[in-house]
Ligand binder design. Structure first.
Ligand code: SF4
Length: 76
């Protein structure tokens, strides 16, 4: 499958994220957690079709449900 982008994006609720790092373990190319960070960093906001399954697993892995996938905001 090609790297076609969907109209979805990754969202992190910074108020909920407790930096457990589960999502980084599941999808290290999408999330990063630098040593002293209190909130995970999303490396790629736009979701490609072939990344959706991995991302859904990362969302399920979060113990505090801080991650979600939603429609991309175009900024218009
Ligand atoms: S698994 Fe959840 S709480 Fe842990 S770093 Fe990822 S978003 Fe934050």
């Amino acid at each position: 499958m090609s790297n076609v982008e969907t109209s979805l994006e990754i969202r992190v609720d910074a108020g909920k994220c407790l930096a457990y790092g589960n999502c980084v373990s599941v999808a290290p190319d999408m999330f990063d957690l630098p040593a002293k960070a209190k909130t995970v960093i999303v490396l790629k906001r736009a979701v490609a079709e072939d990344e959706l399954e991995e991302l859904e697993e990362a969302v399920r892995s979060c113990p505090v449900r801080a991650l979600s996938i939603g429609p991309a905001e175009t900024g218009k």
